[in-house]
Design a protein around this ligand. Sequence first.
Ligand code: SF4
Ligand code: SF4
Length: 154
Amino acid sequence: MQTNTHGMISLFLIFMAIAVALGAVVLKSPLFALIYLGICAICFLNIVFSYCAKCPCREKDCSHGFLGSLTKIMPKRKEGPYTFIDILSTLISIGAILMIPHLWLVYNIPSLILFWLLIIVAALEIIFLVCPDCANKNCYLCPGKSKSVKKFSA
Ligand code: SF4
Ligand code: SF4
C-alpha cells in the first residue's frame, strides 16, 4: 500500500484552482458558473472512467486516494494498456476543465495567477512526489515502466 498524502493534497489544490476559477466566472455570470461546474463534474467522471477504470491499483492502492474507488460505481472496464481513445478522452477532459474558465479569468488577473499557481504546484507535486511511487504500470507518467498504446480498441 502506497501513502497517498501527496496524491490527496494535489487533488485538493486542483479543486481549489477550480473553486478560484468558479469565483471569477460567477462574478461575471452565475449561469455560466453553473454550466462550468457541470462541465467539471462530467469531465472529472470521464477522466475516472477513461483512465482510473483501467488502472491496476484503482481498488486498493490509488495514488490519489479516493479516485480509484469511484470506479466501483461505473461500468466495469478491463485492466490493461490505455488506448489512443482513452488518452485522448482524458486529455480533452483535462483541457476543458483548465481552459474554459479562461473566457472569464482573463478579465480577473489575480484569479488567473492564483489559478495557475495552484495548478502548477499540484502538477509538480504529482510528477515529483506522487507518480514515482504510483503502481499504475500502464500510465505514461510512471517512470521506468514499459508502456504500450493499443490504438483505437476498447
Ligand atoms: S492511481 Fe491514478 S489512474 Fe489509478 S485509480 Fe488512482 S488516480 Fe486513477
Ligand atoms: S503515474 Fe499516472 S496514474 Fe499514477 S499518479 Fe502519476 S499520473 Fe496518476
